[in-house]
Design a protein around this ligand. Structure first.
Ligand code: ZN
Length: 135
């Protein structure tokens, strides 16, 4: 696999509006999109830095993945997302290399991206997401 760049960094927050204020008022970035991803039980806010995004994630359900993460570990960095080409083929190849996949096939993420997660057990403790832009 050869990622082209860091697509985004996902950060779990308790309160999206408060977190947006930090990124806008203190960091001087502009939130360009807020989107609810019902599938993952999250509301997301996006900021652009160069070609990398910051994705703030607030849980819409305590039983969702972000709700559980915050309960266990508190707020903080949740995942790292690489941009790749040919996501489906990359997943097959990673699996052959012994990487444990959370998603065996690409699914739809925020911003219309095709995404898949790799299990942190296989990736030195970092929940890793692969993203492919639809073309
Ligand atoms: Zn993500």
């Amino acid at each position: 696999m050869k990622p082209t760049h860091i697509e985004h960094i996902g950060i779990a927050v308790k309160n999206l509006d408060e977190a947006i204020r930090l990124y806008e008022d203190v960091y001087g970035l502009k939130c360009y999109a807020v989107e609810e991803v019902a599938d993952q039980k999250v509301k997301t806010a996006f900021f652009m830095i160069g070609q990398t995004k910051i994705e703030l994630l607030e849980s819409t359900d305590p039983e969702g993945p972000i709700g559980k993460f915050i309960e266990k570990k508190g707020e903080g960095v949740h995942h790292l997302a690489f941009a790749v080409d040919g996501l489906a083929a990359q997943l097959a190849s990673l699996e052959r290399q012994g990487i444990q996949l959370i998603d065996k096939t690409p699914r739809k993420g925020a911003e219309g991206l095709q995404i898949a997660f790799l299990h942190p057990k296989s990736t030195k403790g970092v929940l890793t997401e692969l993203c492919e832009h639809a073309r």
